[in-house]
Each structure stands twice: as C-alpha cells, then as structure tokens.
Ligand binder design. Structure first.
Ligand SMILES: [Mg+2]
Length: 179
C-alpha cells in the first residue's frame, strides 16, 4: 500500500471559526473572547475604548478536535497569520504550530476581482490537493482555481453568520475520501 500525503485544509479564522456576523450574541457552543491581534490593533486609535477592550471574537472549543480528526493536514490561511497559532489555536483546541500562509499584501485589490488570498494561496499549495474554507470565496475564485491549480481543490464558502457546521465537516470528509 502506498501512503499518499493527506490533502491540505486551509483555514480562515474570521467567518469559519469566528462567525462574526452571527445574529445571536452567544451562538450555541461558542465562547466570547476579546483579543488583540496586531493587524487589528494597528488600525485602532490608541487609547480608544475599542483599543482597550480588544476585538470581540467568538470561538467554539469543539472545532479543534473535530478539525484535527478530519483526514487533512491543517494550515492557516488567515489575516491572523502567526497569531492564529498563538491566540486562536489554544482556545479552539488546535495545535499551536500549524503552518501559516504569509500574505505578501493582505487586502490587496485583485485586478480580476479574485479574493486577495487566492493567488498567494495557490502558490503556497504548489499543486497539492487542498480544501479551503473561507467566507470571502466567490465563483470567480472557484473558476480561477479550477484552471490554475494542478491538483484537486475544494473551495467551501462559509457564511460568517453561521461559521463551520456539521454539514461542512461532512462535505470536507466526503471530498477527502473521494480523492
Ligand atoms: Mg474571513
């Protein structure tokens, strides 16, 4: 039997893990945290209430064990970059040494209307099969990846009101098993 490398699961934080647009102030299963990621901090007025209080983030501690149980190799694809390992991973129960995609230019406007993450993410994946969960994915990204990536890819848009759900984990598992 040949051992094939597992596909990558590229994880966004805001949207999939942190359902920032949730209608309920306390969605079931989630806990609320006030964190101070450096990118966010740099956009706040020093001394302001928001600056002192931190960024409100809702996280679900059940997500880590579920994600690590999926047939994937996990990596971060988020503006939190390395702070996903130090600030998010311990709360959700993920390893704190996951690989991180470092964006050359976060939020850069793409000439073809793609998500700003799409091109650097493809470069990083370098032909390896991957699933990507993110709230910013559009059909343009899906089409682009289908024609510019040499391996299988699953782009799964997660609504920022709902975050990752049971059905998403089922979709990811099914996709990985069919590879
Ligand atoms: Mg997001």
């Amino acid at each position: 039997m040949t051992v094939r490398p597992r596909p990558l699961l590229l994880l966004d934080v805001d949207g999939p893990l942190n359902p920032f647009a949730a209608r309920l102030s306390r969605p079931r299963g989630y806990t609320t945290h006030h964190l101070r990621p450096s990118g966010w901090l740099s956009r706040q007025t020093p001394g302001s209430r928001r600056h002192r209080r931190g960024l409100r983030v809702r996280l679900n501690p059940a997500h880590g064990p579920i994600l690590t149980g999926l047939p994937f190799e996990l990596a971060w694809a988020t503006t939190w970059m390395h702070e996903a390992n130090s600030m998010i991973a311990p709360v959700v129960g993920l390893p704190t040494d996951m690989p991180v995609i470092e964006w050359p230019e976060p939020f850069a406007k793409d000439p073809d209307g793609l998500c700003w993450k799409t091109r650097p993410l493809l470069e990083w994946a370098d032909g390896r099969p991957f699933a990507w969960v993110d709230d910013m994915i559009t059909d343009l990204d899906t089409t682009y990846v289908a024609t510019h990536h040499d391996g299988p890819a699953l782009l799964l848009r997660i609504h920022p009101r709902r975050g990752l759900r049971e059905r998403d984990f089922a979709t990811l598992t099914r996709w990985a098993e069919l590879l």
